[in-house]
Design a protein around this ligand. Structure first.
Ligand code: FAD
Length: 379
């Protein structure tokens, strides 16, 4: 495996970094405080090709690979985890699902709009009572002639309110039976489809999280994604790739927290010297740097397998599990290095600390990653 950063990856990194510093950094605390989902930022990211990173050029996307995708998510998340999370959900989940499992008509209809951010995408698997146990979903789709009638509630959906188009996985067979779910494309404004409660969150506050409610929502069969009964399997495949983006999000947050701490430790004087002179602080920085480099290697390994089309369920789960856990550890150490100042909103580390926690929960908790890894190693 050659993990030297290509010129292309360096270029997209630079452009994402410049965008994050110029367009996101000045406003991120305002969005965080008010829980504003900054739709206009995603429209701008669309102009830069960052809302359709993996979408082939023939569908209006950037046609880039997973190394570039990971680099973009990291650079944005080094500045703001919320924008990083929304970017990851839009690219990997909704857009990624239509790209992987849509037919030609569906791809031509939706991918160009998603890739340019004319449409913001959402993806609904989780329900109020079925998170880790998503296969036990209660939302149903019942076939009536050429239509499907959708009923139920999806919860915790990124862009559940502002999403223009959503991929929704519904139960189409008997509860707990095999191959009992199917994925559908639903557009905002469709009769019977509405947004419910918007969550008031600890972190990732500028990334919108809301319920999607289906009440006798009549969807044409043309909006079905793939075979009837293949929805859950499709979702698991999408999460394999999605986990790389949550690992990249985690790593970006960790890098942001580490870089801020490194700089601060050289500036902050106590006992007439920079606090970086104290071994207790220097060792923290050493641990942070080690964890970040290890997470980066794991993510690169998963990216490498993904672009080669090789199995990567275990590797993406390992990358997501490790990167998300160290993201929390690194941002916790960052607050400690900043001392009392780290506990205020005048410095960036309290936000990294709050945002990082989502990474051990979203797209499968750390416990679920361990189940996936254990299943693979025990095969
Ligand atoms: C900000 C945010 C954005 C999200 N965006 C989306 C989205 O866009 N689309 C979407 O579909 N979902 C989304 N989710 C939902 C997310 O994927 C779920 O929250 C997650 O899968 C966990 O489900 P849960 O919250 O119901 O927790 P639960 O499944 O209830 O888990 C509770 C605890 O029990 C543990 N646990 C559960 N089962 C086991 C087991 N078998 N063994 C060991 N421990 C176990 C869990 O690890 C966890 O610690 C989002 C969530 C958040 C917070």
């Amino acid at each position: 495996m050659d993990f030297s950063t290509s010129e292309l990856t360096q270029q997209v990194s630079l452009s994402a970094r410049e965008f994050a510093l110029q367009q996101i950094k000045p406003n991120l605390m305002e969005w965080d405080e008010s829980q504003e989902f900054p739709v206009h930022i995603f429209k701008e990211l669309g102009k830069l090709g960052m809302m359709g990173v993996l979408v082939p050029e023939k569908y209006g996307g950037s046609g880039l690979g997973y190394f570039e995708y990971s680099a973009i998510i990291q650079e944005i998340s080094k500045v703001c985890g919320s924008v990083g999370l929304s970017l990851a959900a839009h690219n990997s989940l909704c857009t990624g699902h239509i790209l992987a499992f849509g037919n030609e008509d569906q791809k031509q209809k939706y991918l160009p709009k998603l890739a340019t951010a004319e449409f913001i995408g959402a993806w609904g698997l989780t329900e109020p009572n079925t998170g880790s146990d998503a296969g036990n979903m209660k939302t149903t789709a019942v076939k009536e002639g050429d239509y499907w009638m959708l009923n139920g509630t999806k919860s915790w959906i990124t862009h559940g309110k502002s999403g223009d188009v959503a991929v929704v996985i519904c139960r189409t067979g008997e509860p707990r039976s095999k191959n009992n779910s199917t994925a559908f494309i639903v557009e905002r404004g469709h009769p019977g489809f509405s947004a419910g409660k918007k969550e008031n969150k600890l972190g990732m506050r500028a990334s919108e999280t809301a319920e999607m409610i289906f009440d006798n929502c009549k969807i044409p069969d043309a909006n079905r994604l793939g075979e009837v009964g293949s929805g859950f399997k499709q979702a698991m495949k999408i999460l394999d790739g999605g986990r790389i983006s949550i690992a990249a999000l985690s790593l970006g947050i960790a890098k942001g927290a580490y870089e801020a701490s490194l700089a601060y430790s050289k500036e902050r004087q106590q006992f007439d010297q920079p606090i970086s002179n104290f071994q207790g602080i220097a060792f923290k920085l050493a641990d942070m740097a080690t964890k970040i480099e290890a997470a980066e290697l794991l993510i690169n390994m998963a990216c490498d397998l993904k672009i080669k089309g090789l199995p990567m369920t275990k590797e993406s789960a390992i990358a997501k599990y490790y990167a998300s856990e160290i993201s929390v550890e690194v941002s916790t150490d960052a607050v400690q290095i900043f001392g009392g100042y780290g506990y205020t909103k005048d410095f960036p580390v309290e936000k990294f600390y709050r945002d990082s926690k989502l990474c051990t929960i979203g797209e499968g908790t750390s416990e679920i990653q361990k189940l996936v890894i254990a299943r693979e190693v025990l095969k």
